[in-house]
Design a protein around this ligand. Structure first.
Ligand code: GN1
Ligand code: MG
Length: 374
């Protein structure tokens, strides 16, 4: 989505923050970058010192009230992956991650006089991040990158990371928050709103499927990305290989099934999650098959048989969970996900619910391609 224009006071702060990370050069331009729903992101170009461009982000403190936690986690994760990454024939790491830049006095963040928090990250140049799946090759590359990411972090003790977002991907909590928001009141009359409400009601029992498995000890806790949607995987600008992953704020101890379900619901939707044509949305099994093939190449021995059994429920769950989160935010007045207009989060929810119906209609085929894919 296009970020709303910054109020002049925030724009002035953005320049001040950028300058704080750039003592040697002069910041020449700040341009909006990416399509994140949470932080505000800019590319800062620098003149004068031959310094490379960098990424500047104003952190969303409503979503991440403890910026020091996400900054510390990012250091741990990027250091670990850099050390573990094998080198490509060109000498680059097999998987590049953005790294934190610090101010000359050694701080990882810049705090504005208005309480805002800003951080600077290395910009991974010569890459692109398609918003929607472009084809099977792309889906396979996304799978490979996520598999490598899981493997490279598999020996990092989960206690090295702090929980940046308590309750993230805890689906029963999202359902409880939805119920609290409704507090027994009927939904507003528009048919799309009623449809979204029914999509939630009819699947209440789905909410606990992974949490119950976690509580029984059926599936292990591992370090996950948390938000491996298709546009968080960087491809070579002039090629088709995946070369990096971005958006590491939700890297945390969790269930890889959350990552796998989220990546699948994202790249299995060729129209993309921002489409207005929500009634046309379909889940594409051939993309799922290519993704799983890539994941197996990246992480050949990681998943246990039990995790594989939960892959179909996880895919269903993650499409439903995101629909529930978008719809709840629509009812709450768009307080969490940045919205371009008042119906934006409703449309996003309808996209996920239509995807879910398509997933459910193809259950047999999907279960069998998952069985064959591993
Ligand atoms: C949010 O900001 P962005 O777009 O990277 C959200 C994810 C959702 C995603 C859907 C911290 O991520 O969980 O899957 O939107 N991130 C957070 O586009 O809630
Ligand atoms: Mg994100």
């Amino acid at each position: 989505m296009t970020a709303p224009p910054l109020p002049p006071s925030v724009a002035a702060l953005a320049w001040e923050a950028a300058a704080a990370f750039c003592p040697a050069g002069r910041v020449a331009a700040l341009t909006p970058l990416g399509r994140g729903n949470v932080h505000q992101t800019f590319l800062a170009t620098v003149t004068g010192a031959g310094a490379p461009p960098f990424v500047l982000q104003r952190l969303n403190l409503a979503v991440f009230p403890r910026p020091e936690v996400i900054l510390a986690n990012l250091r741990v994760v990027s250091d670990h992956v850099r050390r573990r990454s094998r080198a490509t024939p060109q000498g680059a790491p097999e998987l590049a991650l953005p790294e934190l830049l610090s101010t000359p006095d050694g701080r990882d963040g810049f705090q504005g006089p208005d309480g805002s928090w800003w951080r600077a990250l290395t910009y991974l140049a010569h890459t692109r991040a398609p918003l929607k799946v472009e084809g099977r090759d792309h889906a396979r590359e996304v799978g490979w990158a996520l598999g490598r990411f899981h493997v490279l972090l598999a020996d990092l003790p989960p206690r090295r990371l702090r929980d940046p977002l308590p309750g993230f991907h805890h689906t029963p909590s999202y359902l409880a928050a939805y119920d609290a928001l409704r507090s027994g009141r009927p939904l507003p009359p528009p048919p799309e709103v009623r449809h979204a409400g029914r999509m939630i009601e009819a699947r209440r029992s789905l909410a606990g499927v992974l949490e119950a498995a976690r509580a029984r000890g059926d599936i292990p806790v591992r370090i996950i990305h948390g938000d491996p949607k298709v546009d968080n995987v960087l491809l070579e600008a002039a090629g088709r290989r995946a070369v990096g992953l971005v958006d590491l704020d939700t890297v945390m101890p969790g269930l890889v099934l959350h990552d796998l379900g989220d990546a699948l619901r994202s790249l299995g939707n060729p129209l993309g999650e921002e489409t207005r044509a929500w009634e046309e949305v379909r889940f594409a099994p051939e993309m799922a098959a290519a993704f799983l093939q890539g994941y197996r190449e990246g992480a050949p021995e990681l998943l246990t048989p039990r995790e594989r059994e939960y892959l179909y429920p996880a895919l269903r769950l993650l499409a439903w969970e995101l629909g529930l989160r978008f719809f709840s935010d629509h009812l709450a007045g768009n307080v969490y996900f940045q919205a371009a207009d008042p119906e934006h989060n409703l449309r996003r929810a309808l996209v996920q619910f239509r995807l879910l119906q398509s997933i459910e209609a193809q259950e047999r085929e999907l279960r069998s391609l998952i069985r064959e894919g591993f």
